[in-house]
Design a protein around this ligand. Structure first.
Ligand code: GDP
Length: 573
């Protein structure tokens, strides 16, 4: 604190500082300060336990084998996500080896007979909806390889359909479209195809590269075709491989505390093979695998890449999206978990920082931290959102900076929007909408900026200005109060004291002031240096009361008016 003070920075011992300040402080104290990302920090932590991720990656690269795709089902509410996940579970039952899936563990695997006659597994994340998808992504866990977008043929593209598309595209995840409810009267699957072209999803039969499959989740028709489409899309768009012959790594996708069994977590293995007896670290929890169950509730002793298993034996419940790894022994696992917990606590303290705001966009741009302004647009009606998006994308700012709208939608600003803005460092634009309950607080805690507008042009002007690096906050002068000087007292100690009557508003000590004589400003940039009522120092005096004011300015006279004012940041509207 003392050194910082000498550098002109007032800070308390527990306050978060920015990188520049730390570097200056380090230089002053003779240290070379390096700022590391949480990922780097964790990497270093693991290295201190002789776990070398880079070496592992190299080793993996030479031992890759194909692995099943991991699929998430997304779409608008009531379009049939749950029903589809049910239908998919059951396609397998007829010719399955384990005869009947009964457990819900957060994910399951089915086998599909591919075109060439081979039986290939596909893993499904069994928590439909993009909330889970984005929440996991916000924690840095990318588990989904392919998204199935469910759209009801009797309803069409809806707000959450669009949200789902945006989430998948932001994560670079290929989409297979399931046009559902084709059994229903009034179902129009072709309309869905043409509607979705507007969102960049062009069906193969229209010359695009997205596979659309007509299904009825209720009657369980089209399910096999849909699964084949998933495999074909995986083969065409992705290389899905992992090294199965090594220590396991992956992600916890669901976890809870069971009365009888303790912490129960469903793990998706992403690399290596997880075995009973392995010592495990999952985020900040740890333990040893006591038993494992597959999606049929069957005891298994090992799980390879893309396989979901329920794991017993952790000492505490991890969070969905926490990544796990196998450690050399229990002690190592515990130490890593403890260190992580400590780091998390620290990070929480330091979290209250601004990410990107429109005003500082030119600064972070200049520092090379970003070259794209990411936006999330929420509005009250879809027409306005589209109009805003359209106009924004037409702003011409040259090649150096880009504008990306990572998500747009109708309705209040939700937790999900803030999650997305957190991952992609975006600014949220609210057009005639407000945040849902607790969302403003969450945005604040995450350092995500939300800007509100009710005129489209103001939003466009602001964003254009931000992109051009010209957006500075606008300040306006706000008058606080006026006082008329009734009498001037000469005092050796205080200079001239203005015996005054407050005419309007409030006169506050320490505010800016100017002196007006016969309607002309005779002195500007003064300050209410002291303020007294009778013999007492006071901080403010209201209209109608008398007071003594010193301005640190000698030439004052009876009849002069003291005006006080302050600069306030003006809201843009
Ligand atoms: P979710 O909110 O997307 O998970 O939707 P659900 O799976 O809960 O389905 C919503 C409603 O649509 C339920 O009443 C389902 O029975 C119904 N539904 C789902 N798929 C179909 C379908 O293929 N045909 C018909 N007729 N109804 C369906």
């Amino acid at each position: 604190m003392t050194v910082l003070f000498a550098l002109g920075e007032m800070a308390t011992a527990t306050q978060s500082l920015d990188q520049d300040t730390f570097e200056a402080l380090g230089a002053e104290l003779g240290y070379d300060v390096k700022v590391v990302s949480p990922e780097d920090e964790d990497r270093e932590l693991l290295e201190s336990f002789d776990i070398d991720l880079e070496a592992e990656e190299l080793d993996d690269a030479e031992n890759m084998e194909p692995r099943p795709p991991v699929v998430t089902v997304m779409g608008h509410v009531d379009h049939g996500k749950t029903k589809l996940l049910d239908a998919i579970r059951h396609t397998d039952v007829v010719d399955t080896e384990h005869g009947g899936i009964t457990q819900h563990i957060g994910a399951y695997q089915v086998k599909v007979t591919a075109e060439d006659g081979t039986r290939r597994p596909i893993t499904f994340i069994d928590t439909p909806g993009h909330e889970a998808f984005t929440a996991m992504r916000a924690r840095g866990a990318q588990v989904t390889d392919i998204a199935i977008l469910v759209v009801a043929a009797d309803d069409g593209v809806m707000p959450q359909t669009v949200e789902a598309i945006n989430h998948a595209q932001a994560a670079d995840v290929p989409i297979v479209v399931a046009v559902n409810k084709i059994d229903k009267e009034g179902a129009n699957p072709d309309k869905i195809r043409s509607q979705l072209t507007e969102y960049g999803l062009v069906a193969e039969e229209y010359g695009g590269d997205v596979m659309f499959v007509n299904i009825s989740a209720k009657q369980r028709t089209g399910i096999r075709e849909l699964l084949e489409a998933v495999l074909l899309t995986a083969d065409a768009a992705l290389t899905l491989e992992a090294n199965p012959n090594t220590d396991a790594r992956g992600v916890a996708i669901e976890a809870n505390l069971d009365k009888g069994r303790g912490a129960v977590a469903t793990m998706l293995v992403q690399r290596g093979t997880l075995r009973v007896g392995d010592s495990l670290v999952v985020g900040a929890s740890y333990g040893r695998v006591r038993a494992m169950f597959d999606d049929a509730g069957k005891d298994v002793s090992e799980a390879g890449p893309s396989m979901p298993v329920q794991v017993l034996g952790l000492t505490s419940v991890p969070r969905a999206g926490d990544s796990f790894l196998v450690a050399a022994d229990d002690r190592t696992a515990r130490q890593i978990a403890d260190k992580r917990e400590a780091a998390e606590r620290q990070a929480l303290l330091a979290k209250r920082r601004k990410r990107v705001s429109l005003e500082d966009f030119d600064k972070v741009l200049a520092e090379g931290e970003v070259d794209t302004l990411n936006l999330v647009i929420k509005g009250d009606v879809s027409g306005a959102v589209e109009a805003l998006e359209d106009s924004l994308l037409r702003i011409d700012v040259g090649d150096e900076v880009a504008l990306r709208i990572i998500h747009r939608g109708v309705g209040a600003i939700t937790q999900n929007d803030v999650n997305l803005a957190t991952v992609d460092n975006a600014v949220i634009i609210g057009f005639n909408v407000r945040p849902a309950e607790r969302v403003a607080e969450m945005a604040d805690a995450e350092g995500v900026e939300i800007k509100y507008y009710n005129v489209i042009y103001s939003a466009i002007d602001d964003i254009e200005a931000a992109l051009k690096g010209m957006l500075k906050p606008i300040y306006e002068e706000v008058q606080l109060g006026t006082a008329e000087i009734r009498q001037v007292f000469h005092s050796g100690r205080f200079g001239n004291i203005a015996g005054s009557l407050v005419r309007s508003g409030t006169i506050k000590r320490g505010t800016k002031a100017r002196l007006v004589r016969d309607g002309v400003v005779v002195a500007d940039n003064l300050e209410i240096a002291s303020l007294r009522r009778e013999k007492d120092d006071v901080t403010e005096v209201r209209e109608g009361y008398e007071c003594g004011i010193t301005l640190g300015y000698k030439d004052i006279a009876e009849g002069d008016v003291i005006e006080t004012w302050e600069m306030r940041e003006k809201a843009r509207d």
